[in-house]
Write a new protein. Structure first.
Length: 112
């Protein structure tokens, strides 16, 4: 009696490569869709050039930190609200409350 394994034709190298290519194309298409979704879900942003304000110096046993505060007329003031309204907004949807900020790399400064 014949071995049943011998009756099943094996895939040729070309067929194996075709299956691999199809798998990679599927993964690439999936990654492309995920990238497009990430780009469309990105919040709208505007680049501004802030104006200098003032500097706060604070220190601890670990060292000093200087915090530069700046401003821009392009950034609207926050809406007037009570402390309770602010707390409620922060508890409900933190994504709706943003404080514009920019952080630079730490670097050494001479303190006169």
């Amino acid at each position: 009696m014949a071995d049943s394994k011998l009756l099943v034709p094996e895939l040729s190298e070309a067929e194996k490569m075709g299956a691999e290519t199809a798998r990679f194309e599927k993964l690439l298409l999936q990654a492309s869709k995920e990238l497009q979704q990430a780009q469309t879900n990105r919040p709208e942003s505007t680049q501004i050039q802030p104006q200098p304000g003032f500097c706060i110096k604070t220190n601890s046993s670990e060292g000093k930190v200087f915090i530069n505060i700046c401003h821009s007329p392009s950034i609207p003031p926050p809406a007037d609200m009570t402390e309770d309204e602010l707390l409620q907004m922060l508890e409900e949807d933190q994504a709706g409350f943003r404080i514009p900020m920019s952080l630079g790399e730490p670097h050494a400064e001479l303190d006169a």
